[in-house]
Write a protein that binds this ligand. Structure first.
Ligand code: SF4
Length: 334
C-alpha cells in the first residue's frame, strides 16, 4: 500500500467517508476515494496531457491562444484515485510565488479571453486569497470569462464558506464547473451549497469522468444527469479517462461509452445530455467520441482520432470489459 500512496496523495474528508457503504463491495463512493493495490500497476503517464510542455509559468497552462488554465491551488479536499493531474494535486508545491507572474501574463496578452481557475481545487484557497485573484482578474481592462473548476461541494460541502461565496458574487459572472460522478454524491448538504452558489449568481455546469465499475452504467448516468438538471446544473462534459498512471483499472472502453450515450439520447431530456469527449497529448483539444472523430482500427486496440480542426492522433482503447453494476435496473428492464 505504501508504494500505491507514493503515486498519488491520500485524503478523504469525514463527510465523504460517511457516504461509503462498507457493506457494498462495489460502493462507488469507496471506489473513488480509497486507494487500491491496482494503482501500483505500471501504465499511463503522470502528466497524461503533457501540460508541463504547454506551461507558460509553473502554474499557467496555455494550450489555446484564447484561454488558459490557472493552477491556483495544489490542494484538494479529497484526492480522487483517478486524478489526471496527480503530478500537481496533492504534491508539496506552493503556487503562491507564481500567482502575480501568472496574472501579469494574462493581463499582458489581449488574446486571452477565458481563464479557468483549477488546481487542485481553487476552493481550497483561503477566501481572501480567492477574492484577491478573482478581483485582480475582474479589474483587467478587458472582460474575461472566468471559470472555476471544483469538486469541493461534492466531497466536502462544509469547506465552501460564506467568504468563498462572497468572493464569487463580487466577481460575477463566474461559471462554476462542478466535478461530480455519481448520483450518490447528490446529498442534502451538496444541494444546500448548490443553492448558495446559485444565490450568489454563479452559473453552474458539471463535468463527469466515465469510470469503470463506478458509473459506467446508462441508468446511473441517466439518474445523475437528470438529477443535476433538476438542481439547475447543466451536464456539460462526460470525459473519457485520460491515460494517467495508476488509474488504468478505471478506464472504460470507448464502445461502452458510446452505448451509454446512445441510451441517454433515447431516454434523457436534451438538456441532460453532456458532450462525450476525450483528450490526448499533442494539443488536439477535446475530441468528440462519435463516428466522425473516432475510428476503430481492425485487429488492434489503437483508435484513430480526428480533431474538429482535422489533426490526427491515436488513443489506446485497451480497457477491460465493464461489469454490470448491482443496481438491478437492467434486470427490471429485461
Ligand atoms: S478534485 Fe480534481 S484535481 Fe483534485 S484529486 Fe480529484 S480529480 Fe484530482
Amino acid at each position: 500500500m505504501e508504494n500505491v500512496l507514493i503515486g498519488h496523495s491520500f485524503r478523504i474528508p469525514r463527510y465523504y467517508l460517511d457516504l461509503i457503504d462498507f457493506k457494498d463491495p462495489c460502493c462507488p463512493i469507496k471506489g473513488q476515494a480509497v486507494p487500491s493495490l491496482m494503482e501500483a500497476q505500471k501504465s499511463g503517464h503522470d502528466d497524461p496531457l503533457n501540460e508541463a510542455e504547454f506551461s507558460v509559468t509553473p502554474i499557467l497552462i496555455r494550450r489555446h491562444p484564447d484561454r488558459c488554465v490557472f493552477l491556483v491551488s495544489s490542494e484538494c479536499a479529497m484526492y480522487c484515485r483517478f486524478c489526471n493531474r496527480r503530478r500537481f494535486a496533492g504534491k508539496a508545491f506552493d503556487p503562491e510565488p507564481y500567482i502575480e507572474e501568472s496574472l501579469s501574463y494574462i493581463e499582458s496578452d489581449a488574446r486571452i479571453r477565458e481563464v479557468i481557475l483549477s488546481g487542485g481545487d481553487p476552493l481550497m484557497l483561503d477566501p481572501d486569497k480567492l477574492r484577491s485573484i478573482l478581483s485582480r482578474l475582474r479589474s483587467m481592462k478587458r472582460q474575461l470569462t472566468i471559470r472555476l473548476s471544483t469538486r469541493l461541494p461534492v466531497v466536502y460541502p462544509e469547506g465552501l464558506t460564506a467568504g468563498h461565496l462572497k468572493a464569487i458574487k463580487d466577481a460575477s459572472p463566474v461559471w462554476v464547473i462542478i466535478h461530480i460522478n455519481h448520483p450518490r454524491e447528490i446529498t442534502r448538504q451538496f444541494l444546500k451549497k448548490i443553492d448558495s452558489l446559485r444565490k450568489c449568481g454563479a452559473s453552474m455546469v458539471s463535468q463527469t469522468v466515465l469510470l469503470r465499475n463506478i458509473n459506467d452504467c446508462p441508468h446511473i448516468l441517466l439518474s445523475l444527469f437528470e438529477s443535476l438538471i433538476e438542481t439547475g446544473i447543466k451536464p456539460y462534459y462526460l470525459f473519457q479517462l485520460d491515460d494517467v498512471s495508476g488509474a488504468s483499472h478505471f478506464k472504460v472502453r470507448l464502445s461502452r461509452g458510446r452505448e451509454i450515450m446512445t441510451f441517454l439520447q433515447l431516454n434523457a431530456s436534451g438538456l441532460a445530455m453532456p458532450r462525450y469527449a476525450l483528450d490526448i497529448p499533442g494539443g488536439l483539444g477535446k475530441i468528440p467520441v462519435d463516428p466522425e472523430h473516432v475510428q476503430f482500427l481492425e485487429k488492434t486496440t489503437t483508435v484513430r482520432l480526428t480533431s474538429p480542426a482535422g489533426k490526427t492522433g491515436y488513443y489506446n482503447d485497451d480497457a477491460e470489459e465493464s461489469r454490470c453494476m448491482k443496481c438491478g435496473r437492467c434486470r427490471e428492464d429485461g
